[in-house]
Design a protein around this ligand. Structure first.
Ligand code: GLC
Length: 416
């Protein structure tokens, strides 16, 4: 504990690099802020991603919570304002027509798919900041409808694993975890990958008519580890929120569901000491080593012994994830590994954030610190970029990209 305090005091010194970093992070979030009528949101990157994205907005809100809870709440209320009648919260809201993406992923100015269900987690964290009961009451009906939709429509066989209908719903668009379900070899072009994903979007319109169970049964039946770990953690928060707004029955329901998903993950996803995503109706395991094996640390799903082995055998393994910069999204041992390949190897700050929180959960403080230092080093060297080559630290993809600001939450959440 003393050691932890000492490490954290490094960041509270007014002259430290961190003070500068905090300023530039807030500046970036303000620069990327947009308004539409009464709505306020943040674009992940002004040039590459000029819209509102679901999990990006959750990250923004988590960081904004440390600067201005009022802005964090506005970001989330804008996000839920385009919820579908069936409860789905779309992963993209266009608000205004941008130049970059003329592709229509949905209808009525939004996409037709969702992204990892971290929303209740963020709402609960932000509520801790100012105990704004009205915010909880305003947002709760949206949360309740969204998680009910996921728990029911995305689990048609009631096996208690929540399904995604498109790789993009994982937030990791072209991750090699989805190569097998997309019937693609480990090495293929980005265009080929995109074509398959786009085809799933078209099927969602044309053949499934937005009926997720039908879409899953016929086109893409994947139960993804991070998506399920994130919902487990978020359902715990949702149960707290439900209790706080006096929906006791629902609070019990959400807690129970979290336990059922946790058990189902163990039953259907666990092998060789780690959790694997599954595909098709018979839950075949997708044995591709990606950062997803660490996602259950975020929701404390591994036992302490299992966590120790996962960290020792994989995270600290130089033939897999222990590269010069932490943490590559794909193990270097995979034939699909590509240090410059979007979600096929580079470091992303959001996945680092999940792993960092997971390491702290289990008391791996030194390794968490190492991951934090590595993340800071990447931004120092290459700026606020979308991804980073794990071997050289070179920045890749979008510029003025907001996810690097998550470092603020890694540090501040522990200082609180
Ligand atoms: C890319 C990422 C996705 C993110 C979006 C906006 O598509 O893969 O996770 O939400 O960009 O930043």
């Amino acid at each position: 504990m003393e050691q932890l305090k000492e490490l954290l005091s490094l960041y509270s010194k007014p002259t430290s690099y961190y003070t500068q970093f905090k300023k530039s992070s807030h500046h970036l979030l303000l620069k990327n802020r947009r308004f539409f009528k009464q709505f306020q949101y943040t674009v992940p990157s002004p040039t590459s991603y000029p819209y509102q994205w679901l999990w990006d907005s959750i990250f923004h809100a988590l960081v904004l919570g440390h600067f201005s809870p009022k802005d964090a709440k506005k970001e989330l209320l804008s996000l839920v304002s385009k919820q579908f009648p069936n409860g789905l919260i779309p992963h993209m809201i266009y608000w205004k027509k941008g130049k970059v993406i003329n592709l229509d992923w949905g209808k009525n100015g939004t996409s037709s798919i969702t992204q990892p269900p971290l929303l209740a987690y963020a709402v609960w964290k932000i509520y801790q900041k100012d105990r704004d009961q009205k915010f909880l009451e305003d947002i709760y009906p949206h949360l309740s409808a969204y998680y009910h939709y996921l728990l029911i429509d995305r689990d048609p066989r009631e096996n208690h694993l929540i399904g995604i209908i498109n790789p993009d719903e994982s937030g990791e668009d072209d991750s090699p975890r989805f190569d097998i379900p997309l019937r693609l070899p480990p090495q293929h072009t980005q265009q080929e990958n995109f074509k398959r994903r786009l085809n799933l979007i078209k099927q969602n319109f044309k053949t499934c008519h937005f009926d997720a169970p039908f879409c899953m049964k016929n086109f893409f039946w994947v139960k993804d580890v991070p998506f399920n770990a994130i919902i487990v953690e978020s359902l715990g928060c949702l149960a707290n929120i439900a209790a706080q707004v006096k929906h006791k029955e629902e609070a019990r329901y959400f807690s129970k569901k979290a336990l059922l998903i946790r058990d189902a993950m163990r039953k259907l996803m666990m092998e060789d000491g780690i959790f694997w995503s599954t595909y098709d109706q018979d839950y075949k395991k997708i044995k591709v080593l990606t950062w997803a094996i660490f996602a259950p640390l975020f929701a404390k799903i591994y036992t302490p012994e299992e966590a120790r082995s996962a960290v020792k055998d994989h995270l600290l393994n130089p033939d897999e994830f222990y590269l010069k910069f932490l943490v590559p999204t794909v193990s270097r041992s995979e034939p699909s590994f590509n240090a410059n390949g979007f979600w096929r190897g580079p470091v992303w700050m959001a996945t680092n954030w999940f792993i960092y929180k997971g390491l702290v959960n289990y008391g791996f403080f030194n390794l968490a610190q190492e991951l934090l230092e590595s993340s800071i080093k990447l931004i120092k060297q290459s700026g606020f970029r979308e991804q980073f080559n794990p071997l050289t630290g070179e920045g890749r993809g979008a510029k003025e990209f907001t996810w690097g600001t998550l470092i603020i939450d890694m540090i501040e959440d522990r200082l609180d």
